[in-house]
Design a protein around this ligand. Structure first.
Ligand SMILES: [Zn+2]
Length: 136
């Protein structure tokens, strides 16, 4: 079967914490902390649906009627290290989609918390304006 290329990369969503008051950042921070309960079925992976060619010379897939769709979980473990896992049953596919979605949502909240903490730290360590009072 033809193997596609999977790239590992991470792009953080930017939450624009810099434009908010310290009070609203603290409020949002508390809300995030309360919601950050690790989801039990969390899966860090991509859910991938593919049609493939098999390599047999006279197969219909060589004329464009590819086999599939096949459903996979693709997990990047490091540069060049990818774990790919075929999801054979509808139940496995459902569980995989739910796990990926739960992880992504959790990760997003954790990322927002990280950006808020970074912004609060940045403000608390700013020494260029010693008389400036932080709100909150
Ligand atoms: Zn084929």
């Amino acid at each position: 079967m033809s193997e596609p290329l999977f790239l590992c990369n991470y792009m953080a969503k930017i939450f624009h914490a810099q434009g908010q008051s310290a009070i609203s950042l603290e409020k949002r921070r508390l809300t995030l902390l309360k919601s950050l309960i690790p989801p039990q079925g969390a899966i860090r992976a991509s859910y991938v649906r593919q049609f493939v060619t098999c390599g047999k010379k006279n197969c219909r897939c060589q004329r464009g009627h590819k086999h599939g769709p096949f459903h996979y979980l693709v997990q990047c473990l490091g540069t060049g290290k990818v774990r790919k896992f075929l999801l054979k049953t509808p139940e496995a596919r459902k569980q995989a989609r739910a796990g990926v979605s739960a992880y992504t949502e959790y990760q997003g909240r954790l990322e927002e918390l990280s950006q808020i903490n970074t912004e609060l730290l940045r403000r608390s360590t700013q020494s260029s304006a010693p008389k400036a009072k932080l709100n909150g």
